[in-house]
Design a protein. Sequence first.
Length: 214
Amino acid sequence: MITSTGAFLIPSAVGHDPVVGGFGIAAGVFVGFLLHAAQHQLAHLHLPVDATTLELTAHSLAAGLVIGAVYATMPALGPALGLAIVSHKAPAGYAAARRLCRAGRPVSVLLVPAAAVAAAAVPVGFASPPGSDVVHALVFGIATGVFLHVALDFLPRCEIGGEVSEAAGLTEGETGEDEFDAQHHLLDRLRLHAVASALVGGLVVFVAWWGLHA
């Protein structure tokens, strides 16, 4: 996701107008952060809808708006944009499906947020925005910032007290010294695995980009 953002979206954002594109990227990062916080707030509402489905649908609608706006601004970006979308949504869908499976819940609930992406992207994609460089820079900048925020949010925090250490059962101060050392070594291995996975993912996107331009 980070590689796709750097290769496909950042050049388009700053290429039209470096200053506006830069402010757009900053605004997109903030919008991504705001949406992330809003999704967590949805989980606290007592609604007759599955909380996970509601959060994912809200995120998918926002992502669809960004995707549609990017395509409407520059439709010739089709293959590259498709690659960026896949690299953005595939890890998110995989992580959500794994979490649902571990909780013993049906994966079919992901069909709703998956459809929400297209429901928001297609109408916006058919729009005809102004063709000025400032508008292009702003749209691509915001899209870049949102994608970048999500990409960075996916990077595992392999530190004591983080989600990965909790999943590994590492609780500082509540285990014996030998058990703590074993769990700490496990956390180290998971950290190396995370770095290797991120590197492989970036290389896959690079190879796909190379194939598109060969």
